[in-house]
Design a protein around this ligand. Structure first.
Ligand code: NAG
Ligand code: NAG
Length: 422
């Protein structure tokens, strides 16, 4: 079978022969390889005649955009690395010279889906859609040394990064409420053992996280200068056979629709329904994290005026600072000195903006309810766009006082949201 590339080379040879026969000057050298086109013309593939005239019609320059593609294979030997990866469409030569792995074809066979994997600590990520993962991934890594990756812009148009935690497992707080019987300050509460942190020079508040965060994501404002970089840092305490990560790093040009674009949202959800959870919510027996201060945003969809949040059905889906004796929803001021979430404009029902059951903005304890002193969860509605939930936790363990350990779970927050039409 003759591939497209072979046809191209064949065409080239015919032209060269024709030129020789007719004594024409040799065509430009760069035409001998497919030229990669990075512009904004319509469609992905472009073929153009090198000259006017039928004689040279076989001689085409093939151009295609370096667009995203899905790899044909998983590029992982075994285990949890079972999904295909996102890559970028390049020629085989470009892929090899940029240090990528070719996995499948794209651009009608003229390109390869080139996937970039980075494992070595201290390595610099230069390609869009790179996967940063532990060495030996998908096997876990037992290392106690710090590991960091440096992210450079793949293009100066980039303003932010989206980190997708495709796999994320490091030690969490090591705190279950049952064993949480130490007296402060010996007990670190929701303080991380291992840590993952992101360093940027933009001043964005990015919480340090740990534990189980597969499926979570973060938006990082990297800055407007071409030379701006970001660092991803892992630090570990003690031995553990549970450390495993694969983080997809997507580089987002400034003002790309469908992304927060530097408006202060660490997480950004789109769609009419969805679920948001605090970091390290996945394990049922570890605490929510201390020292968190960030915003989770939901894009308001056209024709939808309100958003309703309700507590997920999973166990302890609203347990954020459970140190109060009464198992009731709290007065707003009670939340202010401890851990809480903020839903600015929260009210009791999505029936209208002048709703009589206007509630509170801050929620804590173990009942989410727009009314105080309630013993059941109730949905909270917000008709004041932009739609946003702020997460705030202090650095204290969730105990009543130093002498009384907390026996209630403090798993964190899981909310289902649904947008309500106008
Ligand atoms: C990086 O890849 C994503 C996904 O393919 C794309 O949307 C984005 O525009 C790319 N970034 C740059 C700077 O080209
Ligand atoms: C990139 O990966 C996501 C899933 O992680 C997928 O939904 C998306 O279609 C991929 N992009 C491309 C261009 O294949």
């Amino acid at each position: 079978m003759i591939s497209n590339k072979q046809i191209l080379i064949l065409g080239l040879l015919v032209i060269l022969a024709t030129c020789w026969v007719y004594g024409e000057p040799e065509p430009r050298r760069r035409s001998k390889v497919p030229k990669i086109f990075n512009g904004s013309e319509e469609g992905n593939i472009h073929t153009s005649n090198s000259r006017e005239g039928k004689v040279f019609s076989l001689f085409n320059i093939v151009q295609f955009n370096n667009e995203g593609c899905r790899s044909s294979s998983t590029i992982s030997s075994s285990g949890s690395g079972s999904t295909n990866r996102n890559g970028t469409c390049f020629t085989m030569n470009e892929c090899v010279s940029k240090g990528g792995s070719a996995a499948g074809s794209c651009a009608a066979g003229f390109g390869v889906c080139c996937v970039f994997l980075v494992s070595t600590s201290g390595a610099t990520v230069t390609q869009n859609c790179s996967y940063v993962r532990n060495s030996n991934f998908p096997s876990p890594l037992d290392s106690t040394s710090q590991i960091s990756y440096n992210i450079q812009k793949c293009d100066q148009s980039v303003c932010s990064l989206r980190l997708d935690f495709e796999t994320f497992s490091i030690q969490g707080t090591g705190n279950t409420e049952e064993i949480d019987t130490d007296v402060m300050p010996l007990d670190p509460g929701g303080v991380c053992l291992d840590t993952f942190s992101v360093q940027v020079s933009t001043g964005q508040k990015i919480p340090t996280i740990c534990g189980q965060n597969t499926g979570q994501h973060m938006y990082v404002d990297i800055g407007n200068l071409a030379s701006d970089t970001a660092q991803l840092n892992f630090a570990f305490i003690g031995s553990s056979n549970n450390r495993q990560w694969e983080i997809k790093v997507t580089q987002i040009p400034c003002n790309t629709p469908g992304h927060p674009n530097g408006n202060g949202c660490l997480q950004y959800h789109t769609g009419l329904t969805g679920r948001l959870t605090t970091f390290n919510f996945l394990p049922t027996n570890d605490n929510h994290l201390a020292n968190q201060d960030y915003s989770v945003c939901i894009r308001q969809e056209a024709g939808f005026c309100c958003i309703e949040y309700s507590v997920c059905s999973d166990a302890n889906s609203f347990s954020i600072d459970t140190n109060m004796m009464l198992m009731m929803s709290k007065v707003e001021t009670e939340c202010l000195t401890i851990d809480y979430i903020t839903i600015e404009g929260g009210q009791g029902s999505c029936a209208g903006s002048n709703n009589p059951t206007a509630g509170v903005n801050k929620y804590c304890g173990d009942k989410l309810n727009p009314l105080t002193m309630q013993i059941e969860h109730a949905p909270v509605c917000d008709c004041t766009a932009p739609f946003r939930v702020d997460i705030f936790t202090d650095n204290d363990v969730d105990v009543m006082d130093m002498a009384t350990p907390n026996t209630k779970p403090s798993r964190g927050v899981c909310l289902e949201y649904r947008q309500i039409p106008c």
